[in-house]
Design a protein around this ligand. Structure first.
Ligand SMILES: Nc1nc2c(ncn2[C@@H]2O[C@H](COP(=O)(O)OP(=O)(O)OP(=O)(O)O)[C@@H](O)[C@H]2O)c(=O)[nH]1
Ligand SMILES: [Mg+2]
Length: 378
């Protein structure tokens, strides 16, 4: 099936680049692309650049019928421009596939065919990567800038803890319409209006399970015009990646809090039943444990997993019984762990075996809650 494809290029004061870039793509790149597979177009998204970038594009529109221009009245930022441009391309121009490309010749248009090959193979998002074999950052970048670029990428990957994608900040990409449509609502926010668009978009694409590929690119430094990237970029990026990471860790934090509450409930109940009611300690302990289980079940249901809350009465009973079994499993893990420690390493480190087996029990619990008790329905 033929895919209507738009190379989307945001511009802000790119008069010295955009004309040559459009001509290069139209004359040197498009003619070599298989017309049966891809119908190629260019869409310029200009924020009413004071240097008259849009006038130049309008002039070229007379020569190239597949050249479109989306004019923003106000400066929208890089992400804002892409949001507007992609919305326009999909809703008004019937785009099936979109490219993100800089106007300053940093992204070699001759690589477009490599992106299309990957799309042909069924990938949903293709990244032009500087950090894979065959890719590169400019030789003449100073050591400081090289370091920032490399380490910056490494920090993003470490904080998000993802190692499948190598270039997180690249602005040279091919994106299937389906990807954009599934993200457009979440991406239409002020926080993505700048350069955080790139990381945000990629992160969401990855989390939704779309197929991502990388092709090597040699990033070329701009010769003409001024760079728009500022120092606030680093700050915004760091803020963003830590924020989403904490949001993702949210469930683990709640799980831990509920666990601590359960522990306190268990201990308090034991004391009260034993000291105030004179119940035998082993029975008091069992009753305390059951109270902790009830507390854990309710708090996890109402708070930790509130997005998957069980409310149907019959289901609640079944899940509660399952939860008791699961908890029994954790107790068993603890007992066996300590027993193994004592058997093989002697008594002097008993506290260590206890802590280690509690930790294993917690991981087990968290997995069981996620995969069994509060299993995602779909
Ligand atoms: N429409 C629009 N385009 C923008 C805006 N900010 C940046 N751009 C465009 O986005 C692309 C990338 O911007 P650059 O300034 O080259 O940023 P960069 O490539 O990260 O930085 P350099 O390596 O210094 O060039 C260029 O085509 C810019 O014209 C904006 O606010 N609105
Ligand atoms: Mg640039």
């Amino acid at each position: 099936m033929m895919q209507k494809t738009f190379i989307i290029i945001p511009t802000y004061n790119e008069k010295d680049n955009i004309g040559r870039l459009i001509e290069f793509i139209e004359e040197k790149v498009f003619p070599k692309i298989d017309k049966a597979k891809f119908a190629m177009h260019i869409l310029i998204v200009d924020d009413s650049s004071p240097d008259g970038t849009a006038d130049l594009v309008k002039k070229l529109q007379k020569k190239y019928k597949n050249l479109s221009l989306f004019l923003n009245k106000k400066k929208a930022g890089l992400g804002g421009a892409y949001m507007k441009g992609m919305t326009y391309a999909v809703d008004e121009l019937d785009a099936d596939l979109m490219f993100q490309m800089d106007a300053d010749f940093s992204h070699d248009p001759l690589v477009i065919h490599a992106f299309l090959d990957k799309i042909d193979k069924g990938y949903d998002l293709v990244l032009g990567s500087r950090y894979i074999k065959g890719g590169s950052i400019p030789e003449d970048w100073g050591i400081h800038r090289k370091f920032m670029s490399l380490v910056g990428n490494l920090i993003v990957r470490a904080v998000l803890w993802t190692w499948t994608v190598n270039d997180w900040t690249t602005g040279y990409r091919a994106i299937k319409k389906e990807v954009f449509e599934s993200l457009r609502k979440e991406m239409d926010r002020k926080e993505f209006s700048g350069y955080t668009w790139q990381i945000g978009f990629l992160h969401k694409t990855q989390r939704k399970g779309f197929k991502i590929a990388e092709v090597p690119i040699n990033f070329i430094d701009r010769e003409f015009g001024k760079s728009k990237i500022g120092a606030e970029y680093i700050k915004n990026t760091l803020l963003y990646i830590f924020k989403i990471r904490i949001r993702e860790l949210d469930r683990i934090i709640k799980f831990a809090v509920v666990g601590v509450i359960g522990f306190v409930v268990n201990l308090t109940a034991l004391e009260v039943f034993y000291k105030a009611f004179g119940i035998r300690p082993d029975n008091a302990a069992a009753m305390g444990a059951e109270l902790a289980i009830i507390s854990n079940f309710c708090l996890n249901n109402l708070w930790t997993f509130k997005d998957r809350k069980i409310s149907d009465f019959r289901k609640l009973i079944i899940k509660f019984l399952q939860f008791n079994l699961t908890s029994l499993g954790a107790v068993l893990i603890q007992k066996v762990g300590v027993w193994l420690g004592l058997k093989f390493f002697g008594e002097s480190y008993y506290l260590l075996y206890f802590i280690a087996s509690v930790a294993v029990g917690m991981v087990y619990n968290f997995v069981m809650y996620n995969k069994v008790i509060w299993k995602k329905e779909n």
